[in-house]
Write a protein that binds this ligand. Structure first.
Ligand code: DGL
Length: 285
């Protein structure tokens, strides 16, 4: 048993979909969520820059004494998972392998498998590589959707203007009639209903969040690092006194951007009130 928190990292609010899954699958696990909102978006940046930012996040988490790190950002996973895993003292889990596994489990029908992501993720070729590693021989169709990232970060995830924006961005892919679509950017999970509407019925929309949380929790179990059951009072399970009200005091949230903005949009995406968001200067790490 280990009451230390899990570190969950994204460039903004998107990774809250993964944090939410961790909280759903293992409510007793504490976590520290870090949003690099001050340097958001990562998608248009060179991979080398995203790699540097991700290294800073990992050093921040190490200072927080985490027991495992989830890179809940496809762009950061594509840019830096291999490198940070090789130097991190604790296990590091990305979203691309779990997302690819979940997609192959869901993939049926005669249409192609498609990946939506940021420009950096699509150009990195990380999803085709991961899918090939799992024995999938076909080349998936990839589409960069930078406007979805901005909409989700602003909390604009439904309504006719969003539906029009999504349908127009997906235009080039709709004609190819994919059977399966991977949401290869954590910011796309809150838009999944609108994305599904654009593709129409019968298209499997795969969000890597659930499988990512499952992989992270399996690693904790294998290594005997799970948190003690709620009520067994591990000191580390109270996350340094940073009470989170409805989140039960087990979760801490940090942002390099505007804490109030993160709190407002984040509470909606996390599905419960985030009462306190702490500012952080990642350039110090
Ligand atoms: N949420 C991130 C991802 O999963 C990227 C968003 C961005 O910063 O561009 O790729």
């Amino acid at each position: 048993m280990d009451g230390r928190p899990i570190g969950v990292f994204d460039s903004g609010v998107g990774g809250l979909a993964v944090a939410r899954e961790v909280a759903r699958q293992a409510p007793e696990e504490p976590f520290v969520y870090l949003a690099d909102s001050g340097r958001f978006p990562y998608g248009p940046r060179p991979l080398a820059v995203v790699r540097r930012f991700t290294g800073q996040a990992v050093r921040f988490f190490n200072g927080q004494g985490v027991k495992l790190i989830i890179i809940a950002c496809n762009t950061a996973t594509a840019a830096a998972l291999v490198e940070v895993s090789s130097v991190s003292p604790v296990p590091v889990v990305g979203v691309i392998d779990p997302g690819s596994r979940a997609a192959l489990a869901a993939h049926r029908g005669s249409g192609p498998l498609a990946v939506l992501g940021t420009k950096a993720t699509i150009e990195s070729g990380a999803y085709p590589r991961a899918l090939r590693g799992l024995g999938f021989a076909d080349e998936p169709a990839g589409l960069a959707c930078p406007d979805f990232v901005m909409a989700a970060e602003n909390g604009e995830v439904e309504g006719p203007p969003v539906e029009r924006m999504v349908a127009s961005a997906l235009g080039p892919l709709l004609d190819r009639r994919p059977s399966t679509v991977i949401l290869g950017c954590t910011h796309f999970a809150p838009l999944s209903r609108v994305i599904s509407l654009a593709f129409g019925p019968g298209v499997a929309i795969v969000d890597p969040a659930e499988e990512t949380a499952r992989e992270a929790l399996a690693i904790l179990r294998e290594r005997g690092l799970e948190a003690p059951p709620a009520g067994q009072g591990a000191a580390g399970n109270r996350a340094s006194g940073a009470g989170q009200g409805a989140a039960g005091g087990r979760y801490r949230f940090f942002t390099s951007g505007d804490p109030e903005r993160f709190r407002t949009v984040g509470s909606r995406l996390f599905g419960r009130p985030i009462n306190r968001v702490e500012p952080i200067d990642l350039e110090r790490y």
